[in-house]
Design a protein around this ligand. Structure first.
Ligand code: NAP
Length: 249
């Protein structure tokens, strides 16, 4: 069974649906119970198994609570997808300590402590893996993105570090790096959403934004038996966004 954080919308919801299609039970984690319930209901209608765990991952106690809830429901835990994320676009002079702490807590701290809390279950699994969801922002040095980009760069380091630490226990840790996808998180960093989409499309070498499903496919694929020799990978699924803007953009 797979724990998917941020499973109530966007990429996380697509990941949860994909796992369910592949026959895996999913625990959906996020703050907004209604969004999680809607995704879980759709999965159940389609014949899958889904459980909702409402939690604020900025809370230091949340990771242990999420793992306990998943184990209480399913009795096992094989996969963690650290997909929940919060983004900002804030000039240096306006960055507040509270914003910095909250963004790092959700994007990085919760990911590490979810894996820590799940370790005994992952050790028992037999095909355990973790997939972290980073961002092309970790590779692009845009004014105002020190906190968000920095948090995702930390998540990528964490991926490789945990991959090295857990490889001897056959627990794989990988990372998918999405480029621009039309999901609610864009509203956290853009006032004019339509102008932002035009800009992001122009800045992406493959000439379009991606879909949640295009990212979700790779997230789930990294947990499959065919990927059993892949660990510490940081895989760009971004239309070439991290390569920088195409000529003339
Ligand atoms: N969309 C893009 O262009 C893009 C590009 C690169 C990377 N990404 C990354 O992809 C991941 C998924 O984002 P998305 O694009 O699918 O956007 P999204 O639909 O806004 O998903 C973010 C999810 O994280 C959850 N979340 C946020 N803060 C949380 C908290 N404190 N505790 C628990 N859950 C929390 C949200 O649910 P609640 O609000 O209900 O808690 C939401 O379901 C993020 O890590 C994001 O950084 C996205």
């Amino acid at each position: 069974m797979a724990v998917v954080t941020g499973g109530g919308s966007g990429i996380g919801a697509a990941v949860a649906r994909r796992f369910a299609e592949r026959g895996a039970a999913v625990a959906l984690v996020g703050r907004t119970r209604e969004k999680l319930d809607a995704v879980a209901s759709a999965i159940r209608v389609a014949g899958g198994t889904a459980h909702v765990v409402a939690a604020d991952l900025a809370d230091p106690d949340a990771p242990a609570g999420v793992v306990a809830a998943a184990l209480a429901e399913f009795g096992r835990l094989d996969v963690i997808v650290n997909n929940a994320g919060t983004a900002s676009l804030t000039p240096l002079e306006q960055v507040a300590v509270e914003q910095f702490d909250r963004e790092l807590a959700v994007n990085v701290r919760a990911a590490l402590f979810l894996v820590q809390a799940a370790l005994p279950a992952l050790r028992r699994s037999g095909f355990a893996s973790v997939v972290n969801v980073s961002s092309a922002a970790a590779w692009l040095y845009r004014p105002g993105q020190a906190v968000y980009g920095g948090s995702k760069a930390a998540l990528e380091y964490l991926t490789r570090s945990l991959a090295a630490e857990l490889a001897s226990e056959r627990i794989r840790v990988n990372c998918v790096v999405p480029g621009p996808v039309d999901t609610p998180i864009l509203y956290q960093v853009a006032d004019d959403i339509e102008a932002a989409k035009v800009h992001l499309t122009r800045m992406t070498p493959l000439g379009r934004m991606g879909t949640p499903e295009e990212v979700a496919w790779w997230v789930v694929q990294l947990t499959e038996p065919e990927a059993s020799w892949v660990t510490g990978a940081v895989l760009h699924v971004d239309g070439g966004r991290a390569l920088g803007p195409p000529p003339g953009a």
